[in-house]
Design a protein around this ligand. Structure first.
Ligand SMILES: [Zn+2]
Length: 92
């Protein structure tokens, strides 16, 4: 797997603060957008990630649903932690 996603921005799409459930849109440098769901408690945990169908998949090139991004959840999660993307997204 040579593909390496780079996060350029993260926006909060919706949340249920009471239950600690959050939905974020991740914008990647190559134009790919992903929807991700997080559970905040007891600590931030990615529970789901999928590609938004706005652009073809950068990995398999399909323009319909695929599961490629699921393989990069860990890579994205690390960038999200390193750059404190969730904190920035929520602060807006
Ligand atoms: Zn794909």
């Amino acid at each position: 797997m040579s593909y390496r996603p780079i996060i350029s921005n993260v926006e909060e799409a919706s949340n249920n603060e009471k239950d600690g459930l959050y939905e974020f849109i991740i914008y990647l440098a190559d134009g790919t957008q992903c929807r991700t769901f997080y559970n905040r408690y007891p600590e931030w945990k990615m529970t789901n990630i999928s590609r938004l169908l706005k652009t073809p998949c950068p990995i398999c090139r399909k323009d319909f649903i695929c599961k490629c991004m699921e393989n990069f959840g860990g890579v994205l999660q690390q960038q999200i932690i390193d750059n404190e993307w969730l904190e920035k997204a929520i602060a807006k």
